[in-house]
Design a protein around this ligand. Structure first.
Ligand SMILES: [Zn+2]
Length: 135
């Protein structure tokens, strides 16, 4: 096994490449959920051991990829927050709103250790705007 895991081509870079690949392979929102005009995802991070990373807001429109796995805001973490199930359950229930909390399951270099659990959690809000029904 390679000793250095932080060098370019490291597990973190491979993790990011895999994520980019998965995102590029996702179908568009239009084909996944034709009745949806916009999905807005707000993420508020909480880091128990350091300054919390900045909040993020993502708006997904019909031409965009219906991809709801978000990279952990720590660049050297190999974790993601996968909101796919949460978004799909909003769609299944034809509801407009969902929220919840997820923990990062990744690991990253920590002071005094080689690597440790990331321990960042995210509070998410999903807001869906449906197209006006023509009937
Ligand atoms: Zn993380």
């Amino acid at each position: 096994m390679p000793v250095s895991s932080r060098a370019p081509g490291s597990v973190y870079e491979m993790h990011r490449q895999r994520w980019l690949h998965d995102r590029a392979a996702a179908q568009t929102l239009r084909s996944a959920f034709p009745g949806v005009e916009r999905i807005r995802v707000d993420l508020t991070f909480r880091d128990t051991t350091a300054l919390s990373p900045g909040a993020q807001s993502h708006a997904v429109y019909p031409a965009a990829r219906a991809f709801f796995e978000f990279l952990c805001p720590h660049a050297d973490c190999n974790g993601t927050f996968d909101l796919t199930d949460a978004v799909y359950s909003v769609m299944r229930d034809a509801s407009a709103h969902a929220d919840g909390t997820l923990e990062c399951k990744g690991t990253r270099p920590r002071p005094g250790m080689t690597t440790g659990p990331c321990e960042v959690s995210v509070r998410y809000t999903i807001a869906t705007k449906y197209r006006a029904q023509v009937s």
